[in-house]
Design a protein around this ligand. Structure first.
Ligand SMILES: C[S@@+](CC[C@H](N)C(=O)[O-])C[C@H]1O[C@@H](n2cnc3c(N)ncnc32)[C@H](O)[C@@H]1O
Length: 247
C-alpha cells in the first residue's frame, strides 16, 4: 500500500497524533505516494459518468473540488468545466503541494484556483454548476455533514450538481469489513485519549445517512452506476456515484 517514497511509520504516527489540518500539512509532501490519494481510475470513471450532465453541451461552466488536497479531483473539473475550476481545502500544506503539482501539469481546461477554507463554512454563493469531493467525507462527524452540504448547496447555481463516489458496504465476511471496523475502533480510542482529535471514520458515512443529509440540505439525489467500477467477488460493483442536484 505504501511505496518507499511515501511517509515512514514514524511520520504517519506523528501525523495521526496531530489535528486533521496539521496532520495533512505534515503529510502533504508525500501524500501522493499514499493510498489516501484518490486513484486515477476512480477519477477517470467519475469524469466519464458526469460527462453529458452539464448544461452546455453536456459540459459545465465552473467547478469546485471540496477538500481538494493535492489536487487529485481538479483534473476531473478541468476536463468537464469550460471557464473555472476551484479547489478548496483547509490545509495550507496540501494546497501548496497542489499548486506545485499543477505547475508541472499544464494540460487542457481552465487553470485551477486554490482557496483555503473550512468545508464546514464554504465561502461561495451561486458560483458553480458542478461540485465534487473525493475521499474526505470520513473527516466530518455525522452532525457536521449538514453544514458541509448546506455550504455546497449555497455554492451551486440552480440546477448545479454535487457528485462524489460512494463505496458499497463491504460484506461482513470480507477482510475489508474487519479492516475498516478495526481502523474506526482505533480512531475512537485515540480520540478518547488524545487531544486534538483526528476525525477520520470509515463507517459513519453510510449511503442511507448521506442521502438523507443531502435531501435535508435541499438536493434531489440519485445513485448512478459507474460502468468501469471494479466488481466485488459476488459480482456487485464496489462503488457508485452519488449525484445530488440543486433543483
Ligand atoms: C484524504 S484527503 C483527500 C484529498 C483529495 N480529495 C484526494 O482525493 O486525493 C482529505 C482532504 O480533506 C481535507 N479536509 C479535511 N477536513 C477539512 C475541512 N473541514 N475543511 C477543508 N478541508 C478539509 C484535508 O486537508 C485533506 O486535504
Amino acid at each position: 500500500m505504501f511505496t518507499p517514497q511515501g511517509p515512514s511509520l514514524r511520520e504517519l504516527a506523528v501525523q495521526a497524533l496531530s489535528s486533521v489540518e496539521r496532520g495533512y500539512d505534515l503529510l502533504a509532501p508525500k501524500f501522493d505516494h499514499t493510498p489516501f490519494r484518490t486513484p486515477d481510475r476512480i477519477l477517470d470513471a467519475t469524469a466519464e459518468a458526469l460527462r453529458g450532465r452539464g448544461p452546455s453541451e453536456g459540459l459545465f461552466e465552473a467547478g469546485l473540488d471540496v477538500c481538494c488536497g493535492t489536487g487529485a479531483g481538479t483534473g476531473v473539473l478541468r476536463s468537464l468545466c469550460r471557464e473555472r475550476a476551484v479547489g478548496v481545502d483547509f490545509s495550507a500544506g496540501m494546497l501548496a503541494a497542489a499548486r506545485q503539482a499543477a505547475e508541472g501539469r499544464p494540460g487542457t481546461g481552465p487553470a485551477v484556483t486554490y482557496v483555503r477554507a473550512d468545508a464546514r463554512a464554504l465561502p461561495f454563493a451561486a458560483a458553480f454548476d458542478l461540485a465534487v469531493t473525493f475521499g474526505a467525507l470520513g473527516h466530518f462527524l455525522p452532525a457536521e455533514r449538514a453544514a458541509v452540504f448546506a455550504g455546497v448547496h449555497r455554492a451551486l447555481r440552480p440546477g448545479g450538481i454535487f457528485a462524489f463516489p460512494v463505496a458499497a458496504p463491504p460484506h461482513p465476511r470480507s477482510a475489508l469489513y474487519w479492516t475498516l471496523l478495526g481502523f474506526d475502533a482505533v480512531m475512537r480510542v485515540r480520540n478518547l485519549l488524545w487531544r486534538p482529535p483526528f476525525v477520520m471514520y470509515y463507517r459513519t458515512s453510510s449511503l442511507g445517512a448521506v442521502r438523507a443529509d443531502l435531501r435535508a440540505a435541499g438536493f434531489a439525489v440519485e445513485l448512478v452506476p459507474v460502468p468501469g467500477a471494479v466488481r466485488r467477488p459476488g459480482g456487485s460493483p464496489s462503488w457508485g456515484l452519488l449525484v445530488a442536484r440543486k433543483p
